[in-house]
Design a protein around this ligand. Sequence first.
Ligand SMILES: Cc1ncc(COP(=O)(O)O)c(C=O)c1O
Length: 396
Amino acid sequence: MTAEALRLSPRAAQLQPTAVNQILAEVRRALAQGVDVVSLMRGEPDFRTPPHICEAAIRALGSGRTSYPDNRGELKLREAVAEKLARDNGLAYDPGTEILVTTGATLGIHAALLALIGDGDEVLLPDPIYDAYQSPILLAGGRSRPVRSSIEDGRFVVTRQALEAAITPASRVLLLNTPWNPVGTVLRDGELHAIADVAARRNLIVISDEIYETIIYDGRRHVSPAALSPDMRQRTVVVNSLSKTYAMPGWRVGYCAAPEPIVSAMFLVLQQSSRGPATFVQDAAAVALTGPQACVEEMRGEYARRRGVVAEALAGLPRARVLQPEGGFFSMVDARATGIPSNDIRRRLLLDHGVVVAHGSAYGPGGEGTLRVSFASGGDNLARGLARLREGLAAL
Ligand SMILES: Cc1ncc(COP(=O)(O)O)c(C=O)c1O
């Protein structure tokens, strides 16, 4: 039967596969045709989860921690999140009422959007940005409203003027991601204060996705928008996850912090679709957040090294230049000088040179002319991928 005959939900019909899933479908076709492929696309750390975290999960399993979890999140984990937020972000949240454990940042963003926006409300999104924000906005009945970015001094920025220009009476939420996927910008104090000023004057709620907060370079500092002022703490939902920081993407565990009324609404939303991560996973997550943090620093150091490898491998190309990321594990290649749409470049790189990257326009029109190159995987994969990428970019 066709989708029409099956009468699928009109809301579901609006949804799009994520960019990564779209590209993967093409990669599978290329593989079936015999193309040999190296991938520099996914944001999946190639590190194994540190042993002390795995051991905590095994201990919890051994002691029978397999029952339904507290749906708000196990208290021990909520307390660990509160400790982490105080230690790393200078933020005080009550683990009883202001913290929610989620199945990854994905569910945190989803619950925040469903709790905050209604039919016709707009969510302001810097353009380009992580494409998986779009569909939950549609599911909540909202619309995304792009905020124009520009490349200044080799970094993507969103100015106060661009933000003001995007706002309409229907704008309700500003979704920020710092460090910012895909572009690698870490928002600076002055930029954040300008945003906070606009948010206060236009009464916006800020959803702040801080999933890359520890992957940050050159002595930069991550500042949570919630930490800027008491007013910002009142109007911010902090969303975070252990996926990237502790190399735990498959464990599906994250958390949110926000004032009590928002967390209560999010908890109601969440109960309808999830009972939270497995109990033994939550025990291990508490150990990750409160245990030794040397593993985080080691991974950060290795990502920093890889960032240098990318810049060196792609240096000196006539019509493509690397924008050095300030955070995260993606380098953007600015290929606007070629005049070729980024999706076409991506296809040529895949089919003619056997290397997979993401096209910038997958993240919004503001990413047109750029390519996102992941160094979440290193070693031989990165070396081989970069050699192919250099050859492909030189041939444009
Ligand atoms: C900006 C951003 N937010 C959220 C996610 C999803 O995170 P999680 O694995 O915690 O669901 C990703 C994953 O790539 C991401 O890049």
